[in-house]
Design a protein around this ligand. Structure first.
Ligand code: ADP
Ligand code: MG
Ligand code: MG
Length: 913
């Protein structure tokens, strides 16, 4: 037994030996696997090693302890790194410093903290001074280390949301007493004092001494990375993005390289294409003489990597070119050789991974080091553009292109930007960090955003900068506006990922959290004060911030690349996609978005509009059939016009019209005041109205007198509707407009109901056609929304030409769950995993889905040509669309704006992912 080799916990990279590969993400996490891959490709990567995710799993399975063999393996691996770089960990003369970096399988930007410069203490800092000949650099690195370690490992953080970071407060205070504004202006002496002050802060607030021993520091950091896997913000992030807790994180320990050694040093982030709009060409930002997260943290506003982008920046900010070259040189201008090398590596990586990369790099004394690469997050706009362009460039095939875009991401192509030429007052200008237009009232904290959004308000989250703690509030907000930070700041990254508009780095804002207000100064003007609750509009493409609510205009979907991309998706899919639309203008919109028919045209809306409701009420109040028919005769021509409009708009595409569904009491007002008013209008006594209201009252209206039950008890209502439909069809047929109405009977639970109603429909239709001397095609089918209908689908198919699954009601009835009341407990059910998903959003495949499967099988067995579709809300939800594809339905139907999403989801389902 003893001869068995200990399990391998560690994988080395860099310096000539690399154990890992890009396809080992499960074991090494994304960061570790890609560091390994970059080393394999021969790119300059500082050497290091990855502690595998299995160790994380072990850690949590064994009361937060490590596998016994780990210690020796860490020691051995560290020795290898020491040998490669020729420095020793803890050596007071020539110390090796390392970073300790977390890295899960799926990238979780900003969720876990990295510790830089580990290995520094009062002795090794002397060695660093000697080695670099630069005391300022050494103490800058040291104070950063104490700050990061104090925060991440020793837990010295702000204690409530309005408190500023205590380390930052001390840093600000130091700058103030030294009379400087930038971190870079603090000298070695000031930084040395800061190190002591930081350590004292730790001792005072956390009651521990800062560890001096490098090995102790290292193990503290490793423990903190594993520990952070279960911190609240990581858990929240995993919930939002559905990352299983069981995956665990890896830990990367890597030799430090320094971007803060002087003016020939820098650190930066680059994208191989523009991740905001998808345009080709390297983009990104850098900071000279800086380290690590400075670019992302938004502490200094970073510079552009390319000259073109730097010029565009200057233009936006009214900076003359001469001044720009001096104050804001691009990397391309400042270090042309390094820039070209970066460009080469970036192109190589994009070609290698066949997708846009997000690359982190550091330049130490004009030498480029690659510190990370990963597939770049992108906006929905960029996702389509990039997939399209990569396919055109023959880097990927069309199938891959179609699979590269999340269906939900298409949303950004469909939603309006600000209307051109609309009235607007510019308040300030920042960076356009994530495109799209957002309008909302200002809130200054994530909690306020969550609260306001829960109350149905649209809000803009305004922060000096955002941090991972804000993620819940960011989810709730329409968009984000920050005073600090660049294109790669936390706010910008999260915005692009969530597909929300963001304006970052808007330096004109002075935000005062304590007073819940901000002031904005435009050059030459007086400051404007904006309090919480005031509406603003932001344009995440241009970076503009406007006062008030700017009206919205046309969406970008008309661009040719969108059309081509969607055409590729259409080639791949089998499912047809229809829209739910009740009005001609909705039908037109749906067609423009690619709908191939209407899957649900609800007729109740037609009863509510204008003065029709009066005729409907007259019908309700009538005592006898004759009275009801008289009232219905008034509604008939209006209904006919509606149907003419919709059928004409759809020109021969199928239009499924559902006969009246809601319980009749919905047409009467409920309050006494409204009843009084109505009585006056209709010239009937209030008492009679009240009596009628009470007579129609139901204890449980959703299971009450509605749907085809109305058709059975008041056949004249459905007759009138059928007359209107067939008359409309005849009218259009005479004009040689093709029509294909499908008459749908709601809420049937038995074949017997349908048999009666179908006969009625056919009789009425025949009569209308005879009278008009025109023949039009039509079919009669039913919604499957009562579980009994699904179970007896074979019998029902004998009298139905089509089934349309009404999965909203079917879900309510199959689960015995009222959609209107479920809010009281459903969140708890979701949180505790009783339901994996909200069954009103994603089809409950095991329950509702099984009913559907039975109905499909039995229905088709009885009637081979039975047409099958879905018209519930689920018809536009990608996971449910995939399920409908697998069930073999003919079509899904959803709201017009979700039609492209369903088209793409259907294509991806057909492509088998
Ligand atoms: P995140 O997961 O938040 O991106 P990283 O582990 O990538 O965190 O670390 C953040 C930044 O710290 C990197 O982009 C890089 O600039 C810097 N960094 C990490 N490791 C090193 C290192 N060994 N040498 C120099 N800088 C490093
Ligand atoms: Mg980080
Ligand atoms: Mg990183």
């Amino acid at each position: 037994m003893s001869s068995r080799r200990a399990r391998r916990h560690i994988y080395a990279f860099g310096g000539g030996r690399t154990d890992g590969r890009a396809d080992m993400k499960e074991l090494l996490g994304g960061k570790g696997a890609n560091l390994a891959e970059m080393s394999r490709l021969g790119l300059p990567v500082p050497p290091g090693f990855t502690i595998s995710t299995e160790v994380c799993t072990h850690y949590y399975a064994h009361g937060r302890s490590y596998p016994p063999a780990l210690r020796a393996q860490v020691k051995e691996s560290l020795a290898r790194v020491e040998q490669i770089v020729g420095r020793r960990f803890g050596d007071p003369k020539n110390p090796l410093l390392v970073s300790v970096r977390s890295g899960a399988r799926a990238s979780m930007p900003g969720m876990m903290d990295t510790i830089l410069n580990l290995g520094l203490n009062d002795r090794t800092v002397q060695g660093l001074i000697e080695q670099s000949g630069n005391p300022r650099f050494a103490y800058d690195s040291y104070r950063r280390f104490v700050q990061m370690y104090g925060d991440v490992v020793l837990g010295l953080k702000p204690e409530h949301k309005d408190e500023e970071d205590p380390f930052e407060v001390a840093l600000e205070e130091k700058k103030r007493t030294r009379g400087v504004t930038q971190d870079t202006e603090l000298d070695a002496d000031a930084l040395r004092e800061l190190v002591e002050e930081f350590k004292a802060l730790v001792r005072m607030r956390r009651g521990v001494d800062f560890p001096e021993e490098p090995t102790e520091q290292l193990w503290g950091a490793i423990g903190a990375v594993f520990g952070s896997w279960m911190n609240q913000r990581a858990i929240t992030y995993r919930e939002i993005y559905r990352i299983p807790a069981s995956w665990g994180t890896a830990v990367n320990v890597q030799a430090m390289v320094f971007g803060n050694l002087g003016d020939d040093c820098a650190t930066g982030v680059a994208f191989t294409r523009d991740v905001s709009n998808g345009e080709p060409g390297l983009t990104g930002e850098y900071l000279p003489n800086a380290q690590g997260e400075d670019v992302v943290a938004g502490i200094r506003t970073p510079l552009q990597i390319t000259r073109a982008a730097a010029r565009a920046w200057a233009e936006r900010n009214d900076m003359p070119e001469a001044e720009r070259r001096e104050a804001r040189p691009s990397l391309e201008e400042r270090m042309p050789t390094v820039y070209r090398e970066l460009l080469r590596h970036a192109e190589r990586l994009e070609r290698h991974y066949r997708d846009v990369q997000d690359v982190e790099f550091t330049i130490e004394r004009s030498r480029l080091w690659m510190l990370q690469t990963r597939v770049a997050k992108r906006t929905g706009i960029a996702a389509v553009r990039i997939a399209h362009d990569l396919a055109k460039e023959k880097r990927i095939n069309r199938r891959t292109a179609v699979l590269r875009v999340e269906p939900e991401q298409l949303d950004q192509w469909l939603h309006p930007a600000f209307a051109p030429g609309g009235e607007r007052t510019l308040l300030a200008r920042g960076l356009g960090a994530s495109p799209g237009a957002a309008v909302g009232s200002v809130v200054f904290s994530a909690d306020a955003a969550i609260q306001a959004a829960a109350g149905g308000k649209r809000v803009l989250l305004v922060r000096i900068e955002t941090s991972p703690e804000d993620i819940g509030g960011m989810k709730a907000a329409q968009g984000f506006l920050t005073a600090r930070g660049g294109m790669t700041s936390h706010a910008a990254i999260v915005a692009r990922q969530m597909g929300k508009p963001c304006v970052a780095g808007c330096g004109a804002l002075v935000i005062d959290y304590a007073r819940q207000q901000m002031s904005v100064t435009r050059s030459g003007g007086d400051p404007t004060t904006i309090a919480a609750g005031v509406p603003l509009s932001i344009d995440g493409a241009t970076g503009e911030v406007f006062k008030g609510e700017v009206p919205l205009g046309a969406p970008p979907a008309s661009r040719p690349e969108f059309g081509r991309f969607m055409a590729w998706a259409d080639e791949a899919r089998r499912l047809r996609v229809r829209a739910n639309a009740d009005r001609p203008e909705e039908a037109r919109l749906a067609r423009s978005l690619g709908a191939e028919g209407i899957g649900l045209c609800r007729t109740e809306h037609m009863f509510f509009e204008g003065d029709r409701i009066d005729a409907v009420r007259e019908m309700l109040l009538a005592d006898d059939l004759e009275g009801r028919e008289r009232a219905l005769a008034k509604i008939l021509p209006m209904q006919r016009q509606d149907f003419v409009g919709i059928l004409r708009e759809m020109r021969g595409l199928p239009v499924t019209i559902r006969l009246l569904d809601p319980p009749l009491h919905e047409f009467l007002p409920h309050g006494d005041a409204e009843l009084g008013e109505l009585a006056k209008k209709l010239l009937v006594p209030v008492a009679r109205l009240r009596e009628k209201r009470d007579a129609l009252h139901e204890a449980n209206p959703m299971l009450g007198h509605r749907g085809c039950r109305l058709g059975i008890t008041y056949p004249e209502i459905y007759r009138m509707q059928v007359e209107a439909i067939i008359q409309a069809a005849c009218e259009l047929a005479r004009e040689r407009v093709k029509v294909l109405p499908e008459i749908m009977i709601p809420l049937a639970g038995t074949a017997a109901e349908l048999r009666i109603l179908r006969e009625d429909v056919e009789q009425t239709a025949r009569a209308v056609m005879e009278q008009a001397s025109v023949k039009v095609p039509f079919t009669v089918g039913t919604m499957i929304e009562v579980p009994r209908a699904a179970i007896t689908a074979g019998e029902i198919a004998e009298v139905a030409d089509f089934f349309s699954f009404g999965t909203n009601d079917l879900t309510q009835m199959a689960l015995g769950l009222s959609r209107d009341d479920a809010g009281r407990f459903l969140p708890e059910y979701l949180r505790r995993g009783i339901f994996a998903e909200d069954p009103f959003v994603v089809i409950d495949q095991a329950g509702v889905g099984e009913l559907m499967r039975q109905a499909v099988t039995a229905g088709r067995r009885k009637r081979r040509a039975l047409k099958l579709g879905i018209c519930g809300e689920h018809g536009g939800e990608p996971e449910s669309v995939r399920f409908c594809h697998q069930l073999g339905l003919d079509y899904v139907s959803c709201s017009p704006y979700r039609v492209p999403i369903a088209r793409l989801a259907a294509a991806q389902a057909a492509l088998g992912t």
